[in-house]
Design a protein around this ligand. Structure first.
Ligand code: DMJ
Length: 459
């Protein structure tokens, strides 16, 4: 197994690994902006270590910790590990990896959310395994994947939302496209790396079952019953609850070369662009429509929708990606930081929080990579400034409960270290730090590579 290498300058400055192009010539040193992001990462990580070590997450205002279940699953360390590797924080990464490998156990009598555990833990373990070659991480991933498999035992093959890691008991028949269709990158990679086809097959079957229930005009709704296959809420959008279903159709094609996924992506994005896109005087936005009729139901857009320019850019649609990113940026700058949701016809806040989300930064990074336009690093400077100004506390970073008052909330989700700061770092880091054409990020920003293909051209 090749390792993702870190190199050092003569002065001893740590240079980040040439992710996905390991064994190629050394990468240029990160500039001042990238170094600042790295130091903000360390600031938040050290606060986690000081006040929440061994737990799932830091609670920055109360200087404590929060566990998702009655047992910690080391959410923050697992989610943050590949960011450390990419940033070249080798000692920190080595210690964290050792801690995970010796302390993380999935043999727990707890009922977990399949989607979150898959994207954060399974994704994190797999990418860190690919970067380090530490087999203990793959063993953990295999162990976890096996414990999650019962979710697929529904009459339709679409997964239940929850599963008990010890007993395999499932619950939660009312689910949504994101939770059903955001599993194939992780489960598929697990199959490729372990040689066990069951993971790929179950996750693929679930997506196909969901896609097969799209409406006549090609859209999916917000809520579906995985036992009956009936839609419960026919509202269609690209926001939370549906978002990464679309992302994974495209990316499963890119990572696995799965032609069914390519077809499902192409058909789906056509319908999304036809019915959900809303070209207004205020720019391009994506709102809500009825999945059966295409009738517009509302005009809301938010922090979660802001992932879509990244996906459009990755698919080659730079024109729409650029326009939508300008709208997202307008959303951010109107308040100094973005709200969870606004009405794009009035620019009034609908849901006022900012949960330290990464999507708008992820899109800036993709657009910067594919267009080489300085505009997106300019956006990145604004994002960094706002984060430091409004979310930095004396103990790590905190979410905001209200972007208008800038009141803080006692939460620092693990994705802040896995995604938000990783994408911000990559936006400013030397381009060769990571070749976006050679990895596929899962929806939690864990980069996956076709290490199973053995074809030099893939890397
Ligand atoms: C992350 O867990 C993932 O990006 C997911 O797809 C959406 N929500 C958060 C970040 O906002």
């Amino acid at each position: 197994m090749r390792r993702w290498l870190c190199t050092f300058t003569l002065l001893g400055t740590l240079i980040p690994p040439a992710v996905a192009v390991a064994q190629k010539p050394a990468v240029a040193a990160p500039g001042p902006m990238a170094l600042q992001v790295r130091s903000e990462f360390l600031y938040a990580w050290n606060a986690y270590k000081q006040y929440a070590w061994g737990h799932d997450e830091l609670t920055p205002l109360s200087k404590g910790h929060h566990d998702w279940y009655n047992k910690s699953l080391l959410m923050t360390p697992v989610d943050a590990l590949d960011t450390m590797i990419i940033m070249g924080l080798t000692d920190e990464a080595d210690k964290t990896r050792e801690f995970i490998a010796t302390n993380l156990s999935f043999d727990q009598d707890i009922e977990v959310k399949n989607f979150e555990i898959t994207i954060r833990l399974l994704g994190g373990l797999l990418s860190s395994y690919q970067m380090t070659g530490d087999h203990r991480l793959l063993d953990l991933a295999d162990n976890l994947g096996n414990r999650l498999l019962p979710v697929f035992n529904s009459p339709t093959g679409m997964p239940y939302m929850f599963v008990n890691l010890k007993t395999g008991k499932t619950r939660g028949a009312e689910s949504n496209p994101a939770e059903i269709g955001t599993l194939l990158l992780e489960f598929g990679t697990l199959s490729k790396l372990t040689g066990k086809p069951i993971y790929y097959d179950k996750a693929k079957n679930a997506v196909v079952a969901l896609y097969g229930r799209r409406s006549k005009i090609g859209l999916v709704g917000s809520t579906i019953n995985v036992e009956t296959g009936q839609w419960i809420d026919a509202t269609s959008h690209i926001s939370g609850g549906i978002d990464s279903y679309y992302e994974y159709l495209l990316k499963s094609w890119l990572l696995f070369g799965d032609k069914d996924c390519k077809k499902m992506w192409e058909n789906s994005v056509k319908a999304v662009n036809k019915y959900l896109a809303d070209n207004t005087r205020n720019g391009l936005w994506y709102g809500q429509v009825d999945m059966n009729t295409g009738k517009r139901l509302s005009t809301q857009y938010g922090a979660l929708d802001a992932f879509f320019p990244a996906v459009l850019a990755r698919s080659g649609d730079l024109d729409r990606a650029r326009k939508l990113q300008e709208s997202s940026y307008k959303m951010w700058t109107t308040f100094g930081i973005e709200p969870e949701t606004l009405d794009y016809t009035t620019m009034k806040v609908v849901s006022p929080g900012y949960q330290l989300r990464p999507e708008i930064i992820e899109s800036a990074y993709y657009l910067s990579f594919y267009t080489k336009d300085d505009r997106y690093q300019e956006m990145g400077s604004t994002f960094l400034l706002s984060l430091v100004r409004y979310c930095k506390t004396d103990t790590g970073y905190a979410a905001l409960s209200n972007v208008e008052t800038k009141a803080k909330r006692d939460s620092m989700e693990s994705y802040f270290l896995a995604e938000t700061l990783k994408y911000l770092y990559l936006l400013f880091a030397p381009r060769e730090t990571l070749d976006l054409n050679k990895v596929v990020f899962n929806t939690e920003a864990h980069p996956l590579r076709k290490t199973w293909s053995n074809q030099a051209k893939d890397f």
